[in-house]
Design a protein around this ligand. Structure first.
Ligand SMILES: *Cc1c(COP(=O)(O)O)cnc(C)c1O
Length: 397
């Protein structure tokens, strides 16, 4: 209550809005219900249908649907051949799973700094960190904006590194007109409810490489195959299946796939609305000297997952924490994406130290995410803008 007193008066909004939420319509519900009434709850036709649709949307040759985005990253890291002693270059401003997938395989994440204006991994920093031990790069399309794929691909080709694109934020985004999902060696998606389209939980890996696809497909379901060509001891016995690798149960259910298929029908609509909201925020904040607006590279046609409010804290009498709390008191519930991954105590214990990526750390200290989702109304966007401007007016030096 003290927070309200600081700024005085009633909050800008009476009811709180959060930074993200899913949009489920009647068609989504019907799609799930139909699948629940079908013979197939898992391992059924909806999975292949979803994979086909993901190929259409991304332009990739192959897609493998999995239980969540973290499973997608884990399988991609395995198939990239990451093991003990291998280094993988990762962005520090991301959800921990982008680096954890390297740890699952016994490898060492090496954090490359971000650019101060796009907040995406800096190709020049990647280049400096490549060693004899580097096996792969995990590049994160942070907020949905595509990373600088031309530059990063050139480094990967030159040094024979596998490029894994973490596109958990970026379904629908295009790079130089080409959809994300068909550009890197493997691209990983997440369909968690806060992402642009959801299956409740869910994930996928897309690739153009048949050998990678076959391994991903095997590892999703225990490493067990019914394909005689993949067997060491082939037989046509109808009951026979053979485990040829150590895989997992990372399957998605058919009712999740049905929900996702229905959600993907709305992707163009979701993209268009998200762009409108981003434009409204950008226009409102571009002229505010206390706010830094995220720079978009011209190559990226972005379906934005997150809208970052970055404060120029040197021009303000408050820090990010005070601004965040005051915004909350106005009933705008923001979130911070993300703590630099190596600041987590798990990574600290592994020996990573603060100061590693100065741009990432400065970004973290000054940023928060504003509400951005399909069903956010123009009035709500206007409220968010009013609240932010009210706080800026109060706190500016
Ligand atoms: C959400 C997310 C993931 C993990 O996806 P889950 O489906 O929650 O496992 C990985 N990377 C990034 C950048 C994400 O935002």
């Amino acid at each position: 209550m003290e927070k309200l007193a600081i700024l005085g008066g009633a909050p800008v909004r009476e009811t709180p809005i959060s930074y993200g939420r899913q949009y489920i319509d009647e068609a989504d519900i019907q799609a799930v219900v139909e699948t629940l009434k079908s013979p197939w709850l898992t391992c059924g036709p909806k999975i292949e249908e979803l994979e086909k649709k993901l190929c259409e949307i991304t332009g990739a040759k192959y897609a493998v649907a999995v239980s969540n985005g973290t499973a997608a990253l884990h399988l991609a890291a395995m198939v990239a051949g990451i093991g003990e002693g291998d280094e993988v270059i990762v962005s520090p401003i991301t959800f921990a799973a982008s680096a954890n997938c390297v740890r699952y395989c016994g490898g060492t994440p090496v954090f490359a700094d971000i650019k101060d204006d796009t907040y995406n991994i800096d190709p020049a920093c990647i280049r400096k960190l490549v060693t004899e031990r580097t096996k792969a790069v995990v590049a994160v399309d942070f907020t949905g904006q595509a990373v600088e794929l031309d530059e990063i691909r050139a480094i990967c080709q030159e040094r024979q590194l596998m490029l894994i694109e973490d596109a958990a934020h970026a379904i629908g985004t295009k790079y130089q007109g080409q959809p994300v999902g068909s550009i890197a060696d493997m691209t990983c998606f997440s369909f968690h409810p806060v992402k642009t389209v959801t299956g409740g939980e869910g994930g996928a890996i897309t690739t153009n490489d048949e050998a990678l696809y076959r391994k991903l497909h095997l590892l999703r379901a225990h490493g067990i195959t019914r394909d005689m060509e993949e067997m060491v001891h082939p037989t046509d016995a109808p009951w026979y299946n053979e485990q040829v690798m150590l895989g997992y149960n990372y399957r998605m259910t058919d009712f999740q796939a049905a929900l996702l298929l229905s959600q993907l029908d709305k992707l163009p609509m979701f993209t268009a609305r998200r762009k409108e909201i981003v434009d409204m925020y950008d226009e409102a904040f571009r002229e505010v000297p206390e706010i830094q607006v995220q720079r978009e590279i011209p190559e990226s046609d972005t379906t934005r997952h997150l809208y970052i409010l970055r404060l120029r804290t040197e021009r303000l009498k408050c820090d990010r924490r005070q601004f965040f709390d005051a915004l909350g008191a106005e009933n705008i519930r923001s979130q911070v994406h993300y703590l630099p991954v190596y600041w987590h105590s798990y990574y600290e214990k592994l020996g990573y130290e603060k100061g590693l990526c100065p741009n990432a750390e400065a970004y973290y200290e000054s940023s928060m995410s504003l509400p951005l989702y399909y069903s956010l109304t123009d009035e709500e966007v206007a409220d968010v803008i009013r609240a932010v401007k009210k706080l800026i007016a109060y706190y500016k030096k």
